[in-house]
Design a protein around this ligand. Sequence first.
Ligand SMILES: NC(=O)c1ccc[n+]([C@@H]2O[C@H](COP(=O)([O-])OP(=O)(O)OC[C@H]3O[C@@H](n4cnc5c(N)ncnc54)[C@H](OP(=O)(O)O)[C@@H]3O)[C@@H](O)[C@H]2O)c1
Length: 265
Amino acid sequence: MKNFKDKVIIITGASSGIGRELSIQLSEKGAQLSLAARNEIKLNEVAEKCKMNSNNVIAITTDVSKKEDCKNLIEQTINKLGKIDILINNAGITMWTLFEDITNIDLVEKIMSVNYLGSVYCTHFALPYLKRSKGSIVGISSLTGRTGVPTRTAYAASKFAMTGFFDSLRIELKNSGVGVTMIYPGFVNTEIRGKELGADGEQIGVNNLKDAKTMDVKTCVNIIVKAIAKRKREVVMTLIGKLGLKLKLIAPSLVDNIAQKAINK
Ligand SMILES: NC(=O)c1ccc[n+]([C@@H]2O[C@H](COP(=O)([O-])OP(=O)(O)OC[C@H]3O[C@@H](n4cnc5c(N)ncnc54)[C@H](OP(=O)(O)O)[C@@H]3O)[C@@H](O)[C@H]2O)c1
């Protein structure tokens, strides 16, 4: 993928955070965008901003946990933009509670259906078109998709599930020309803080990480955009993340302690 000019890119979770910044940066590179999220007002605001840089930008209100919404997202993209070059599965929700404290176990299903099944549904409906364009599928996972983190049981499970799914799919698609890029960010400074689901399955409403070291969203998206352009297999962000995954092979308990400390900060 030498450049993004006139590539048709679907971005889920485009109404805020990483998805919003991805939309803006890719519009600046001349991509045609199909933007998806549930919040129509915020999604349209992002679309309007992107239209200042790119001719073809559409916003499609989508709940990725609903199969029919994902099907509609892909169909509308084809009807209006004619092809799909890149699908970025970015929509995601997280949690902040110990497993033993959970009072509403539906929380687990909610997280799995957005982070994991949402990515699977969009990929399923987009795949025939991606094969035609020899395009790329991108999964925005998390370091929590590679190593366990306390207070994040269901979130980690959903991100590990994405890894298993997309690593398998990459092999299946080896001779099809379709690439699969997995992204593993650490803590990124986005609007996700305070939206984490608590023990009762509702958003906690407070930012527990305000004093923690987080990556700026622009820096995170710069890294993602470069990885997509190079059709990289995967990107693990931050030095600690990279070292941690190597260390996990020889001293996994030490990595458990690092994960515990990151949450206790
Ligand atoms: N921020 C971090 O520290 C961090 C670290 C590692 C990985 N990540 C991952 O990066 C991705 C983006 O997170 P972020 O930090 O940018 O969070 P964010 O600012 O909260 O954005 C999340 C996006 O996902 C969308 N979304 C949530 N539920 C959805 C649903 N059912 N259907 C469609 N869209 C949905 C939201 O839009 P609506 O509410 O409008 O639907 C929003 O646009 C997530 O997958 C997250 O797990 C984030």
